[in-house]
Design a protein around this ligand. Structure first.
Ligand SMILES: *Cc1c(COP(=O)(O)O)cnc(C)c1O
Length: 225
């Protein structure tokens, strides 16, 4: 077995264990394999091991990779990085999901540019839960307004919220930040089935707080250069 296949198996075991500990059904947390910076060949190895959903952060790099892997139409591509207005068309035309909606203008462009021949683009609003000035994401007190506006747009389906909390090794603090995102989701007054939270180092804490989708790169593909 390749190390990517073994790593995937280990990550799935961590997800299953965290589901068990938190009394959630196995299979209630989806795994997004974050393949940014890694070549198409690594994605193919993970796909051969049964992985379907892949996350990318850089538009140019990801479009090349998606085209290279066009022979695997079952793959599901999620855009998770910062998105500039001039790159929205490529994302609208090539991805199934966007997790990083942080302002209405980006959502409006994606709605306008999503081809009608494709299913609606599945989107999450990214929230800056730790309030760091350097991080992207919508401020917590603006999430409800943004989410309600995004929910009215055609060709988009608002699924939930996403966050990248400030990295910390303290599981109590990790859980506090994820709990903040869950409470926000619950307070918006829309049917939102997705909490995109948890990465290689904190997926257990995220699952304990209700994550429905963890985004894992390093633990699957290794340390990025
Ligand atoms: C890179 C990235 C990840 C994966 O992080 P790892 O620590 O490598 O698991 C998850 N989410 C986002 C938004 C990322 O940019």
């Amino acid at each position: 077995m390749t190390s990517i296949a073994a790593n995937l198996q280990a990550v799935r075991a961590r997800i299953d264990a965290a589901c068990l500990v938190s009394g959630r059904p196995a299979g209630s947390v989806a795994l997004l394999a974050v393949s940014k910076t890694w070549p198409a060949g690594n994605v193919r190895v993970a796909a051969d091991a049964g992985q379907i959903a892949f996350g990318e952060s850089y538009v140019q790099e990801s479009i090349a990779k998606i085209h290279e892997l066009a022979a695997l139409p079952e793959l599901e591509w999620h855009f998770i990085g910062p998105l500039q207005s001039n790159k929205t068309r490529l994302v609208a035309e090539n991805f199934s999901w966007v997790h990083s909606i942080d302002r209405l203008k980006i959502a409006e462009r994606l709605a306008e540019q999503r081809p009608s021949s494709l299913p609606p683009l599945q989107v999450c609003v990214q929230v800056n839960v730790s309030g760091e000035t350097s991080k992207s994401g919508c401020a917590p007190d603006q999430v409800a307004a943004l989410a309600h506006a995004v929910a009215t747009l055609p060709h988009l389906k608002l699924r939930g919220l996403m966050a990248i909390p400030e990295p910390t090794d303290d599981p109590v603090e990790q859980r506090a930040q994820f709990a903040r995102l869950r409470r926000l989701r619950d307070s918006i007054g829309l049917e939102l089935d997705t909490l995109s939270m948890g990465m290689s180092h904190d997926l257990e804490a995220a699952i304990m707080e209700g994550s429905t989708l963890v985004r894992v790169g390093t633990a699957i593909f290794g340390i990025r250069a």
